[in-house]
Write a protein that binds this ligand. Sequence first.
Ligand code: AMP
Length: 283
Amino acid sequence: MNSSPRQISSVGEMQRFSLDARSKGHKISFVPTMGALHEGHLSLVRTASERADLVVVSIFVNPIQFAEGEDYDKYTRDIEGDIQKLSDLNVDVVFTPELNDILPPGHKSYVEVTGLQDCLCGVFRPGHFRGVATIVLKLFNIIVPDNAVFGEKDYQQLKIIQKMVNDLNLDIGIIPAPIVREDSGLALSSRNCYLTGEQHKRAGSISTALGRIKKIFEDGTTDVEKLVEIGVKILKEKGIDDIDYLEIRDGNSLEEINSASRGNIVAVAVRLGNTRLIDNIKL
Ligand code: AMP
């Protein structure tokens, strides 16, 4: 039977909970989120509950991963609604730290995963991944999980966290979880609610373009320039003109490539009005 998860807002209390759980031999699986939970987040939670005895979900809208002029202020905050959604699942703790406890005035330490943080979204969202890595490391240090689940939806983020964990010798397993999509193919996102009905409809072609690139690759075209050209053409035909990038890169190092092969990642970021959407597909 499921019951409402315990909400912990204090960093000290979260640390004590984790210490106590670990001393009793429990394994903790952790799902970091910014809230505004949807079925994509919930799928991560289900994966987490298969991988440990205890599941901790954090909800923290991280200001230092938003660049100047982005949607930090208008980002959906609905902790009550989120906890309600989690109460149907096996979640033990929802960690909802206060901004001032995570980033007190005078906070000066940051984590950078150089190279990986600088391409794709890093070009268009300066400081974004430094903000993500810093806060994820802080959450890891507070919760000390055995493993943590990250969605492939944010593929570059997943690669950065895997690299950080490896480079900094953190004893935490990183579990990737597949992208959850609407029937139209549109990847679920907390930002989809910003879209007008008409933009929402157009947004369905982002995954169409990715799927078409994969199909053409499977049919034998490996020239990256050609594959990207085809993808951009489809997006434009469907009325998506504002493209931050559509690139095919190595699936691990995210380095540029000229000839596509299995395991490479096709990643895209577009803007529909003021809403920025990302998606990807593995070849
Ligand atoms: P966010 O709340 O947007 O920071 O996302 C929290 C976690 O949920 C990240 O690991 C995301 O990659 C993951 N996530 C977001 N959307 C999806 C989706 N549509 N499918 C799978 N995972 C997702």
